[in-house]
Design a protein around this ligand. Structure first.
Ligand code: ADP
Length: 216
């Protein structure tokens, strides 16, 4: 089962993706994480994309496609991928389809998390990630404490693109470039809408219901 998690920045794709990984033994591919790794490791790609990512613009399809091919062609992940933050435009969606076909796999569903713009801005501006364990918290909705987080609070950090004007730009990029690909998936009958404003566990239950209905 390969799944696409769809939704605006800050919709909770990463949070739900990690929960799905755990329960269904899948492998999550976040193009944002792959790109941040390139920056962290100071690779040529990392140096090329640093400022574009900081301003919230999309990275070129060639770079993204190369990163994705490595994952889809890896036999370890055969038919057990969750795509988070990918595809982000029609060209990427079509490239994904051709790679999936080439490696004899299929997309089982597209789960779309619906969240309004005001909530997104609040969620992203409060977002904190632990650079030690990777857990994601939110200053307003889900603060880190010694009950839910084992690492030292000094590891909590904000993403450099989680600034107010960048969030606005990322949201516009989502509306203009990413949202239009929903029609592409609606035509293929793969599309499921989910209320992304509900509680984390409630959203996850809904996702589990959808995934269970696919397997039968
Ligand atoms: P969010 O969904 O909260 O914006 P991500 O980690 O998915 O966070 O993406 C962060 C940034 O990484 C994006 O603003 C963009 O610059 C870049 N990026 C991530 N995925 C893609 C992609 N599939 N195509 C182009 N750029 C991407």
């Amino acid at each position: 089962m390969n799944i696409i998690l769809f939704g605006p920045p800050g919709a909770g794709k990463g949070t739900q993706g990690s929960k799905i990984v755990e329960k269904f033994n899948l492998h999550k591919v976040s193009t944002g994480d792959l790109l941040r790794d390139e920056i962290k490791n100071n690779t040529d790609i990392g140096n090329e994309i640093r400022s574009l990512m900081d301003e919230g613009s999309l990275i070129s399809d060639n770079i993204i496609n190369d990163l994705i091919i490595k994952v889809i062609s890896n036999k370890k992940f055969y038919n057990r991928l969750i795509f988070d933050g990918y595809p982000r435009n029609l060209n990427q969606a079509m490239n994904l389809d051709s790679q999936i076909r080439k490696y004899k796999q299929k997309i089982s569903c597209v789960l779309s998390l619906n969240v309004d713009k005001e909530s997104i801005i609040k969620r992203i501006s409060g977002r904190q990630t632990c650079i030690n364990c990777g857990m994601v918290f939110n200053e307003h909705y889900y603060p880190a404490s010694n009950k839910n987080h084992a690492c030292d609070p000094k590891f909590l950090s904000k993403r450099t693109d989680d600034k107010k004007n960048t969030i606005q730009h990322r949201f516009e990029t989502y509306l203009n470039k990413t949202l239009p690909i929903l029609d592409y998936y609606k035509e293929q009958n793969l599309f499921h809408q989910i209320n992304g404003i509900a509680e984390i566990d409630q959203i996850f239950e809904e996702i589990c219901r959808i995934l269970a209905s696919l397997e039968t």
